[in-house]
Design a protein around this ligand. Structure first.
Ligand code: BZD
Length: 824
């Protein structure tokens, strides 16, 4: 008998059937294979091609609508976009995931196997790059006209593996066999110049003009990646520039007989977009990095101006109405003098008008207070690479000091020295932060406390000059990727309990709080967590050969490896637990698995030593029978977006333990809480706002506050005192110097102890140890109460609706960008 079908089910059935036909069509016509012999790669590519039919429809519609309505648009300038995989994300956002799963199942293919065919698009280091990816998702979902601009790196962030516990880096080749989501746009190629010299000439009226004679010309080839908004909204574009040798320049050299030289120039030009710098939070200071920054800024500005001129010709008056550019940290700050150059040298605009225009176009987001991460470029290097731009920067600075600084603080030379865009010294430097503040109409930090510190500690005088320029936009994460797609079990429960609107209205999750005491909902919620943990345990076994107990507490710290993030604080506490177990075989603790995921910058020695120590200690603990499974330590290799998507749904405890004042915001903290993990955290970055939302019963806060950190440093911090006064600290640090964890090789793990004692413990690990251990004890006691824990976990998911990147984007729109949504 035929079953009655609802109209909805019938529509789903029709799409499923159509998808099936399209996949087969693409197997034949795009992949040149057929259902009987297609590899998983071929199935994946054919499915991508079928999905792209819809993606490109949306893209065309969006671009046509924006063009016809001549919309004001945001241009997000970022050196990094940490996109991860796009397959399931695009299917979810198009509302096609279930149908695709069914269509493939009917063809005998498991969708999960196809997902694994895709390499991560890892064009970023960490939080800053992932934030850019979340923001472009939200911009498309909220129908804001926006383009993301960046670099089409041939190699993204290195792949990490371990050899005898030490980090090994291998190149990442994410598009070795072509990436199905990107489209090359040869019709929109740009050319940019570097090196050379500047000539001063006078025109017929006797007016002085500067003419830059470049030493080299480089071609920028744009690759477009469609950014699919959720549920039938816009499809925006991420435009990434690839560098090539300019045809024009090559021919010149070629004709003068320099074929080999031409080939070398080719290679040099192509080097620009070859590789992502793997340093987070340190200034690379390398010539190639400056050229990367300039290359993508110049290409992007020319692209924006080309599009503007198509609608407005040479009338620049509407430019600030139509164009806003957000600088993702200072990395693209060279766009400011570049726009000045285009306006003054090329468009013959007078300086004042050009500067007024610039200051209406740029806005700057600061992501760090760490001194070593604040970008500064040697003036010498600027003169060599961008001789005209350094002149422009000098002029911006001269006017700024004369017209702003000297007016507010007449004759105050100390102020001038402090505020100057050029830092004096043996090696004069360009301060990119200063340049960004001076050239922008808004400056924001990324969490309340961080924005306050940007104003009080980093740019207090700039605040005095322009009090309204400074603002806060707390970070957020896209709930489409970080809940709906990565945690389908929890998503289904949420659909049932709060309705299906939550992916675009995350505050709806607060309805779940009504069920926090409901035993049935508690059971369902924790059963889901348990299933996710079982899945992760299998993955861990597959990747590391380590067996873990899926009923233990899963305690997760995932982020770049950095002293200020204090993975070594976590490690010292693990050592303390291990020691307690050895000293007291009956030591009573809820079994816990500590899971790490982190890449260290290849040149960051101590970070690599910390990885090594964690691996060595893990090895010992995991194989020690006396531990009786109370403790396991796992370091997952090659942490990246795709791994985060597997770890986050399975976390019970989220480690957010940076020294107060050091982590600008954090975004992993938001993802973990959203998926029902309880945070152990300091009052730093967005942890503070998470604590405000979830309440003090549902988060374990510990450690010194920002003010206490400052006071301790001011009064003189002596880490030795903590070492001598706390026997547990002393014992675990001394342990590191023995050969207990590295048989026959004493001292192999002593770098950590050394940095904490002789090194002065700059991030106050020892000062926070005791308080941290207490917070962990609290977690242990909370977890013993099953219903109590379930309630905390549920409330974490229910109460973090604030941290959707949709809210961040709406904040930027109202405080900075002033955009109007454009429905497609
Ligand atoms: O930016 C991070 C901060 O450390 C986090 O606190 C914050 O949540 C995120 C997003 O705002 N900063 C970075 O990730 N920085 C880098 O990756 C980086 C990359 C290159 C050069 C300097 C820093």
């Amino acid at each position: 008998m035929k079953k009655a079908t609802s109209p909805q089910a019938a529509a789903t059935g029709a799409t499923t059937e159509q998808l099936k036909q399209n996949i087969i069509k693409h197997l034949h016509s795009s992949l040149g294979t057929d259902v009987n012999k297609a590899s998983s790669q071929a199935w994946w590519r054919a499915t991508c091609a079928a999905v792209n039919e819809q993606v490109f429809d949306g893209l065309r519609n969006t671009q046509r609508t924006h063009y016809q309505q001549d919309t004001r648009a945001l241009h997000y300038f970022s050196l990094e976009y940490l996109m991860g995989r796009l397959f399931s994300n695009n299917l979810h956002n198009l509302g096609l995931f279930e149908q695709a799963k069914l269509a493939l199942a009917e063809l005998g293919i498991k969708i999960a196997d196809l997902e694994d065919q895709e390499e991560d698009m890892a064009l970023g280091n960490g939080g800053l790059g992932r934030l850019a990816a979340c923001f472009i998702d939200s911009l498309a979902t909220l129908n804001y006209p926006a383009v993301g601009y960046g670099i089409h790196y041939e190699h993204g962030l290195f792949k990490q593996s371990f050899q005898d516990g030490r980090q090994i880096e291998r190149p990442d080749s994410w598009r070795e066999y072509a990436n199905p989501w990107e489209i090359c746009r040869p019709e929109s190629v740009q050319e940019i110049s570097v090196y050379g010299y500047v000539e001063t000439v006078y025109d017929l009226q006797g007016l002085m003009k500067k003419v830059w004679h470049p030493g080299r010309i480089i071609k920028g080839v744009p690759w477009d990646i469609p950014v699919v908004g959720y549920n039938g909204s816009s499809v925006n574009v991420l435009r990434l520039w690839e560098s090539r040798a300019s045809d024009f320049f090559n021919w010149d050299v070629f004709n003068s007989g320099g074929y080999i030289d031409a080939a070398r120039e080719n290679i040099e030009a192509e080097t620009i977009s070859k590789v992502l710098y793997p340093n987070d939070e340190t200034d690379a200071g390398k010539e190639l990095r400056l050229i990367q920054q300039y290359f993508f800024c110049s290409c992007s500005l020319k692209d924006i101006i080309r599009r503007y001129k198509r609608a407005h010709g040479d009338d620049w008056s509407k430019f600030p109405q139509q164009v806003v550019i957000q600088l993702n940290d200072t990395h693209p700050a060279v766009a400011i003098p570049e726009l000045m150059r285009i306006l003054v040298d090329r468009a013959d605009m007078n300086w004042d008008d050009a500067w007024a225009l610039c200051q209406q176009v740029f806005a700057y987001t600061n992501h760090t207070l760490l001194p070593e991460a604040l970008e500064r470029w040697p003036v010498r290097l600027f003169e060599k690479v961008l001789p005209r731009h350094i002149e422009i920067i000098y002029e911006i600075n001269r006017r700024f000091l004369a017209e702003q600084v000297d007016v507010l603080w007449p004759g105050d030379h100390a102020k001038k020295r402090k505020l100057s865009i050029i830092e004096e010294g043996d090696e004069p430097m360009v301060r990119m932060g200063h340049l960004s503040v001076v050239g922008s109409f808004k400056v924001n930090g990324v969490a309340e406390i961080h924005s306050k510190l940007v104003q009080s500690d980093l740019f207090p005088e700039m605040v005095a000059l322009w009090p309204d320029k400074f603002t806060n936009v707390t970070n957020g994460v896209t709930p489409r990727r970080w809940l709906k797609a990565c945690n389908p079990r929890l998503s289904k429960l949420l659909d049932e309990k709060v309705g299906t609107g939550w992916p675009v209205n995350l505050k709806l999750l607060s309805k779940l709080a009504d069920y926090a005491d409901d035993p049935q909902v508690q059971d369902s919620f924790m059963a889901i967590k348990q299933q996710n943990k079982a899945d992760l345990a299998k993955e861990i076994k597959k990747l590391t050969r380590i067996d873990i107990d899926p009923t233990a507490i899963f305690d997760i710290q995932i982020k770049r490896l950095h002293e200020y993030k204090r993975q070594h604080l976590n490690l010292l506490h693990i050592l303390a637990l291990y020691r307690r177990i050895l000293q007291n075989p009956d030591y009573d603790m809820v079994p816990r698995v500590f899971i790490f995921g982190a890449k260290a910058a290849p040149g960051y020695k101590l970070a690599k030593e910390i990885i090594y120590a964690i691996n060595k200690i893990a090895d010992k603990i995991n194989n020690d029978k006396r531990v009786k499974n109370r403790l396991k330590v796992v370091f997952m290799p090659n942490y990246r977006v795709t791994l985060a998507e597997k770890l986050i749904p399975a976390a019970d405890v989220s480690e957010q333990i940076s020294t107060a004042g050091k982590e600008a915001s954090g975004t992993g903290n938001m993802k973990l809480a959203l998926n029902g993990a309880v945070t152990v955290g300091t009052l730093d970055g967005a942890n503070i706002e998470i604590a405000e939302e979830v309440g003090s019963d549902n988060i374990a806060i510990f450690g010194l506050t920002v003010d206490e950190v400052k006071a301790l440093h001011a009064s003189g911090y002596h880490s030795h005192e903590y070492y001598h006064n706390n026997p547990e600290i002393k014992a675990v640090l001394d342990w590191l110097e023995t050969d207990y964890f590295t048989p026959g090789k004493p001292g192999e793990l002593s770098a950590i102890k050394h940095s904490l004692l002789e090194g002065g413990d700059p991030y106050l690990v020892l000062a926070d140890f005791e308080s941290y251990a207490k917070a962990q004890q609290l977690i242990d006691s909370w977890y013993r109460d099953k219903a109590g824990w379930a309630k905390k976990a549920i409330l974490n998911t229910a109460l973090v609706g604030k941290f959707t990147s949709d809210r961040s984007i709406e904040d930027y729109v109202s405080k900075v960008w002033q955009l109007t949504p454009c429905k497609i």
